[in-house]
Structure formats: C-alpha cells, structure tokens
Design a protein around this ligand. Sequence first.
Ligand code: DAH
Length: 345
Amino acid sequence: MQDQINQYTADIEAFNPANADELEAFRIKYLGTKGLIKDLFEQFKSVGPEEKRVFGKVLNQFKQMAEAKYAELKETLDGQQTTNNGQQQDLTLPGNGFEVGSRHPLSLVQSEIVDIFKRLGFVVAEGPEIEDDWHNFSALNFPDEHPARDMQDTFFIKKNSGKDDIALRTHTSSVQVRMMENGKPPFRALMPGRVYRNEAISARAHCFFHQIEGLYIDENVSFADLKQTLYHFVQELYGEGTKVRFRPSYFPFTEPSAEMDISCTICKGAGCNMCKHSGWVEILGCGMVDPNVLENCGIDSKKYTGFAFGMGVERITNLKYVIKDLRLFSENDVRFLKQFKTEMI
Ligand code: DAH
C-alpha cells in the first residue's frame, strides 16, 4: 500500500494538464467515486489494527495532497479561460477604454476669463461664501436701508441688528473688502466665486450663480484705465471688433458707476432674442471704487484710486454657448455636460 501511495504521489506531483479535459480525467482517476483514492480507502478497511494506525494518517495526507493539487490546477486553468464557450482569452486585445470626463462650461469660461486678466498682471483671490454684514454690505458703502439688504434678496443665516448679521454672500464684491483690509496697495486681483440670492428658481433666475469680481487699486488709476482694460478683455474673449458701450449706473461701492454692454455676440448687432432685438447685451457692472470704501478698508483715498468690476459667469457663458435655461448648469445631466468635451483638448 505504501508503494502504491508513493507511486501515485509522484504521478500527481508531475501531472501538468494542457486543458480542462485532462484535468477532469485526473479528477475522475484519483478523486472520483470509483477513483484510486476510494480504492485505497477500501483496502484500508481490511488492514490490521497496527497498520491502520500508521496508514490512516498517510492515507489522509495523500488524499489532501491530491485534492489541493486538483484545486490549484483548476484555478490556474479557469483563470486562462473566458466564460465564453470555454475559449482562451486573447491577451493581446486592447483593454476597455475609459471615457474621459469634460470640464463644466462654467469652469471653462471662468478659466478663460482668468487667463485673460492674468496676462494683464491680475492675481486670483478668494473669500468665504458665508459672510458678515460688514464685508458683504457695510464696508461697501450700502446705506442701512438699502433694498439689497432686504430679506427678499439675501439668505440670512443669522439676522438681528444688522451689524452682526451673517449671510450667504450676495456678490463677490465682499472679497475686495477682505483683500484691501489684509494688504497694502497696489492691488490687481480677480475674484471668482459662487454667490447666493433669495430668488425663485426658473429658466432665467437661480438662487446661486457665479461671479468674477475685478479690482485694481494704485496711484493715479483713472476711468480711462477701467475702459481700456475692459475693452481689451472683451476683444480677447469675444474676438476683435466686438463693440463696447458704457451706460451710467449706480452701485453704492463705486462712483461714478457704469454698466458695460457689448454688441450682441449671437446676431452681431442685427437683433435677436438674446439681445431683445436691441443689438446690445449687458455683461458687467463697474466703476471707480468709492473713496468711502477705500477708507473703510484702511486705504488712504487721497493717495490711491482704483476701479472695480463684477460680472456673472453664467451670463458670459450664455453669450458663448447660447444656453437657454440656467438650471442646466446645476442639474449635472451628462448629456448636457458632454457637449463641452472638445473644449478640453
Ligand atoms: N456686485 C455687483 C452685483 O452683484 C456687481 C458689481 C458692480 C461689482 C460694479 C463691482 C462693480 O465691483 O464695480 O451686481
């Protein structure tokens, strides 16, 4: 019996099947219900008690070895096969490709704007989305009774006396204040970020959107610098020949203030729905920083002057891609987002 076991052990150790059929034959030969191991166990029944003690252990070890060998070979062979008709996998086939994601249209346009101003020496600055009354309103020269402080426009987190109100910022102009308070002129910065307004959500309005604020403070900065900077920006973003016009306006934090229109990028001034048939579309608010704001931020308004501007990224993006419903920007529908793929490359 020992000789038989030695022989089988050597055979099993040397066994190297070429395919699943050979392995199955091996299983039947050794481990099957009528296999050799079963035979050995039959023989074992008739040996004397002394031999039983010795062979019991040997036989069990042999059986375990045969089973382990079978399991190991099976795993190796299975790994080499596809589930598809048992055919061998072609390991030279190219792998499954992963779809490359795309950048959100708002980030694309934001980076384009930031790049243009970077070339003019503007740096990028950021501020918190949860703001106090001082940075969002008071330092920016908002009179106490100004309607923008009203509950209808602002999401207040804490509202009581006015001075220690906490709100979601309604514009990125708050970052101007933080920048001026924490540094020394000259300042030349662009401040992109998300802003919040208490508005009902529709195709044309949303309770959050994105703005980019610009600030330039130095000695002798004039309105001519403001106009030339913004004119250059428009030519870079929408192409040479895009017309620009400034209309007088009012913002508490600038004096004088203006709104800037550009000739409609969709109809080139001929008249369309985008420009309400006027040929012009407004893209930003701007002005010379009010001396009160400079003083509120600890800057000598006799020595320094500057300009600021603020634009809505959604508006600028609409003029590029004609997106009719603002809600598309935040719904994350991949069918919408995928369309901007080529812009990435
Ligand atoms: N903060 C203004 C708004 O949210 C936009 C703006 C207008 C920013 C004029 C400015 C500015 O810096 O000078 O509507």
